[in-house]
Design a protein around this ligand. Structure first.
Ligand code: B4P
Length: 196
């Protein structure tokens, strides 16, 4: 497909971290500085929900419970979004995917291997505090105490093993996200610059 053939599109950066760790926040800053194409699995799913489609209704119910949506759904969305940008992208920043080892394996089969995994790391209590604060204004159906707890449990169970999986490849850079946003970004930028 177009994605595999485009030289530029072969550069994939993956951004991972727990809910509320600051991954979406850092992605915005990476895009502003490096011009990469930012694809957030959560944003793509929320756009489908906002469209009011039948599929969106099913997704909304899953996300409201803090569970993971089916693998094929989210991978197809990412792939379609990549194909749409393949000709013009300087590189892709994939945010919030893979959420489980199987997602990582399928991404590599269907799309390609990432060159850097930025692991945005914050303590559980910090993540809860940030999401509760965001919940005051975000209007997000999953930013409430009960769902946040479920999202965090799932993160430790399903997503942390992904970090172990990629650590063995030597592409993981762990970033301390307890610091203020701009300081966190300083470390993120260094990890990206070290790649060049
Ligand atoms: P996501 O959209 O990925 O949501 P998230 O984990 O909450 O992270 P987000 O990027 O939005 O927030 P951030 O930490 O930057 O996922 C939502 C749901 O979609 C999932 O539960 C799941 O159901 C579904 N889903 C998504 N991807 C999927 C996949 N691959 N497979 C299956 N299902 C999937 O920021 C949080 C808050 O912290 C913000 O208010 C921010 O201002 C604040 N903050 C950030 N950095 C800070 C700092 N350094 N200091 C102080 N505050 C900070």
């Amino acid at each position: 497909s177009i994605v595999y053939k485009s030289k530029k599109a072969e550069r994939f950066h993956v951004k991972m971290g727990g809910p509320g760790s600051g991954k979406g926040t850092q992605c915005e800053k990476v895009v502003a500085k490096y011009g990469y194409t930012h694809l957030s699995s959560g944003d793509l799913l929320r756009a489908e929900v906002a469209s009011g489609s039948e599929r969106g209704k099913t997704l909304q119910a899953i996300m409201q419970k803090g569970e993971l949506v089916p693998l094929d759904t989210v991978l197809d969305m990412i792939k379609d979004a990549m194909i749409a940008k393949a000709g013009v992208s300087k590189g892709f920043l994939i945010d919030g995917y893979p959420r489980e080892v199987k997602q990582g394996e399928e991404f590599e089969k269907k799309i390609g291997a990432p060159c850097l995994l930025l692991y945005i790391d914050a303590k559980g209590e910090t993540m809860v505090k940030r999401l509760m604060k965001r919940g005051e204004t975000s209007g997000r159906a999953d930013d409430n105490e009960e769902t946040i707890k479920k999202r965090l449990d799932l993160y430790y169970k399903a997503t942390e093993p992904v970090i172990t999986f990629y650590t063995s490849r030597g592409i993981v850079r762990k970033i301390d996200s307890e610091l203020p946003v701009d300081e966190v970004f300083g470390h993120v930028a260094k990890a990206i610059d070290d790649l060049k």
